[in-house]
Write a protein that binds this ligand. Structure first.
Ligand code: PEP
Ligand code: MN
Length: 264
């Protein structure tokens, strides 16, 4: 069902208030790895509005490699995130980690994110097949392109056709970068599926200085959008600071992404 053989016309998602995802517009979503505080959200939302970006990312339930790392503000953080975003016309993308969270999060999110560690959590995918909100599925850490498409098929066949696929880097033998951003996946996915395909260069390379060039390359490769990490003070971020852009870097990237998109 997610194949171009089944549907030729590209899928375009309407998040409301004129925010569209898919062919015809460049989706930009930015924000911190983790939602940390009201002041942090305030500054990031202002940065997004100043740059005409309408979607904010930010985790409240964080999948961390170590149980001792910051694991997010949970539902209280999400409710505040939602309230502040609504007041500013900003849409929210945030990660859902388990089936039991789908219902409690539902009214407070615009897009459910399925993280790379949950791409093959088939119970979670089944549950998201039953909701009426868009789902952004990240490629699994060691997942193939075909496996990503199969994960999308779970949600789509369950009745939810509002899907976005995201390349976020895979684990390879290379250790010079956090992950290996597989830009090959972009044209391959675009040919195989009618769903929007976006790229997360922050997790893809994991090194702040290289995030902008990988983001621009992804757009040239045909990506329908970019989701990346930004924070007022990346060095103080609760998670993923080393791959997070400050506002100056982020503003410059946004300008350049729009220029490159216009060249396609
Ligand atoms: C994130 O978006 O902060 C995140 C944890 O991403 P991923 O699932 O791709 O590692
Ligand atoms: Mn992160």
């Amino acid at each position: 069902l997610v194949s171009r053989k089944w549907r030729v016309r590209p899928t375009v998602l309407d998040l409301g208030d004129g925010v569209r995802v898919g062919e015809g517009s460049l989706m930009l979503a930015a924000g911190p790895c983790s939602i940390e505080s009201e002041a942090q959200m305030e500054s990031i939302m202002q940065h997004l509005l100043d740059n005409d970006v309408r979607i904010m990312r930010g985790g409240v339930f964080k999948p961390r490699s170590s149980p001792y790392s910051f694991r997010g503000l949970g539902m209280d953080g999400l409710k505040l995130f939602h309230q502040m975003a609504r007041a500013r016309g900003i849409k929210i993308v945030t990660e859902v980690m388990q089936v039991s969270q789908v219902e409690e999060m539902h009214d407070y999110v615009d897009v459910f994110q399925v993280g790379a560690r949950n791409t093959q959590n088939f119970n979670l995918l089944d549950a998201l097949g039953g909701v009426d909100k868009p789902v952004l599925i990240k490629r699994g850490i060691s997942g193939t392109i075909e496996e990503l498409l199969s994960s999308a098929e779970y949600v789509f066949s369950g009745g939810n056709e509002k899907l976005v696929l995201c390349e976020r880097g895979i684990r390879t033998f290379e250790t010079a970068s956090r992950n290996t951003l597989d830009l090959n996946a972009v044209p391959i996915l675009k040919e195989k599926t009618h769903l929007p395909v976006i790229v997360d260069p922050s997790h893809g390379i994991g090194i702040r200085d290289y995030v902008p060039s990988m983001a621009l390359a992804a757009v040239m490769a045909g990506a329908d959008g970019i989701i990346y990490e930004a924070h007022e003070k990346p060095e103080e971020a609760a998670s993923d600071g080393a791959q997070t852009l400050n506002f100056q870097e982020s503003a410059r990237l946004i300008r350049n992404l729009r220029k490159v998109y216009a060249l396609r």
